[in-house]
Ligand binder design. Structure first.
Ligand code: ATP
Length: 452
């Protein structure tokens, strides 16, 4: 994986129908991507696996799906309306905008997300001679200013003034806090318990870049685990273990993962760690965040809504605002990590090389390809169609592939990550056996159709 470049992954994703640049026929739109036929299958498999691990296999979790749009006050309570910003400066020559903290980070200077405008500008001024405009190379920038990342809409506003914008969610998890009381009131869940959700989020990222790593529209898979005050430590350790194990279970190489603890915590946080992944070309960077958030979120919503969000213990009748352990991962980053980790280039015995996506079979977008050896032999096609239909019934995403010669078909299926290729040949017509070729070993074995 270490020699693989991000552009190799982008190129394979485009070439093989996984991910396309958004609105490409109009020149593309920064930070937006569309998932193609194989991409959406992989994405859906990832979501299903995540949902199974975090909801269906757990007795102490339930799932929800909250509306994308929320009451505007939600973002006052969460702090996003005023405090969700990144430091922005503009190139005075070509007007390209840069995210100052990330440019500083790239030259080894840590700019903390809690720094004031003045503190960021002091650091920026000290390092201006080392920061170049990514477009024109100039070092002449404006001052850095905090730029709010929330995306506004005019939902339900028919006046045209838009003075009370309804924001698109800057993070999906707010929907969980809003429904905490609903879940307590309408299900048997008792603390400690968790709520999981996969939801859309939108951020006006100043410089969306690095393919799916930093986009303006994203999907986040979140869990929020509610515990009794001060009973956070053990739950946090458990969440950390679970989330680490999840990446191993979906086939990620452990050497490409590492932990990073946040140094400067926000005032309400008890602890915060990221799981970082060794992304091609970028190196180790945040894949998932795990936050020990104390009672901040529910206290804020209680304050702004006026609704009592205290939990009452059904046995002791003790009342308290639960503390929250959060895990949050962007599905685009997870998709990028999974594809990058599976991306393999192998030298073959004949001296040629092949590109293969060694995806976990549960995640592979196509489980099996079925081919007739020759395209112009009706008896082979008829038999192959029979096998294809039976396999499709059994495995769902099975592909009919009679395009090009067998070698080309194998190369295509390797790049899509299809675990098995089944070929129907003349022997099949005699003894009802087929050739099954394994993606990872390239070994071919003869198998009876009944045993497929
Ligand atoms: P970063 O520091 O990289 O901007 P963050 O700390 O702001 O990320 P969180 O707000 O904690 O990220 O969001 C939780 C998760 O959502 C991140 O770990 C990441 O996987 C994902 N995520 C956040 N911003 C983006 C984005 N612009 N594009 C894709 N995924 C994102």
């Amino acid at each position: 994986m270490s020699d693989v470049k991000l552009e190799d992954i982008v190129s394979l994703c485009k070439r093989r129908g996984f991910v396309y640049q958004g609105s490409a026929i109009y020149g593309g739109e920064a930070g937006l991507y569309d998932f193609g036929p194989y991409g959406v299958e992989l994405l859906n498999n990832l979501k299903a696996a995540w949902w199974k691990a975090n909801v269906r296999d757990r007795d102490d979790f339930v799932g929800i799906d909250s509306a994308i749009f929320k009451h505007p006050t939600v973002w006052d309570a969460s702090g996003h309306a005023t405090g969700f910003s990144d430091p922005l400066a503009e190139c005075k020559v070509c007007h390209t905008r840069i995210r100052v903290d990330k440019e500083l980070e790239a030259i080894g200077v840590t700019a903390d997300e809690k720094m004031s405008d003045t503190e960021i500008n002091t650091l920026f001024d000290e390092n201006r001679s080392n920061i170049k405009c990514p477009k024109c190379g100039s070092k002449d920038f404006t001052e850095s200013k905090a730029f709010n990342l929330l995306v506004k809409s005019n939902l339900g506003d028919f006046t045209g003034d838009n003075d009370r914008p309804v924001y698109l969610p800057g993070e999906a998890c707010q929907g969980i806090y809003l429904n905490f009381k609903n879940v307590v009131d309408t299900t048997p869940m008792k603390i400690p318990f968790g709520i999981a959700q996969i939801g859309k989020a939108f951020r006006n990222e100043i410089s969306p870049r690095n393919f799916l790593f930093r986009t303006r529209e994203m999907e986040q898979a979140d869990t929020q685990f509610f515990v009794k005050p001060n009973e956070n430590k053990e739950a946090y350790e458990k969440a950390k273990n679970n989330r680490w194990q999840w990446y191993l279970d979906i086939g990620i190489n452990e050497n490409n993962l590492r932990w990073k603890q946040h140094e400067n915590l926000v005032f309400y946080a008890a602890d915060a760690w990221d799981i970082e992944y060794n992304f091609p070309s970028l190196g180790f960077d945040e894949l998932e965040g795990l936050h020990d958030r104390t009672d901040y979120d529910l206290t804020q919503h209680m304050k702004f809504s006026g609704v009592d969000l205290n939990y009452q213990d059904p046995i002791t009748h003790e009342k308290y605002v639960p503390w929250i352990i959060e895990t949050s991962v962007g599905l685009g980053r997870m998709f990028l990590a999974v594809v990058s980790d599976a991306y393999t280039i192998e030298k073959l015995e004949n001296g040629e090389s092949r590109t293969v996506l060694k995806l976990h079979p549960d995640l592979a977008p196509i489980k099996m390809a079925v081919s007739p050896l020759l395209k112009n032999k009706p008896e082979l096609i008829e038999k192959a169609q029979e096998v294809y239909k039976a396999m499709k019934k059994k495995y769902g995403t099975v592909m009919w592939d009679d395009n090009g010669n067998i070698g080309k078909r194998y190369r295509r299926q390797d790049e899509i990550g299809t675990p098995k290729c089944v070929v129907i040949d003349f022997q099949t017509l005699e003894d009802d056996t087929v050739t099954v070729r394994d993606r990872d070993t390239t070994e071919q074995i003869r198998v009876a159709i009944a045993d497929l």
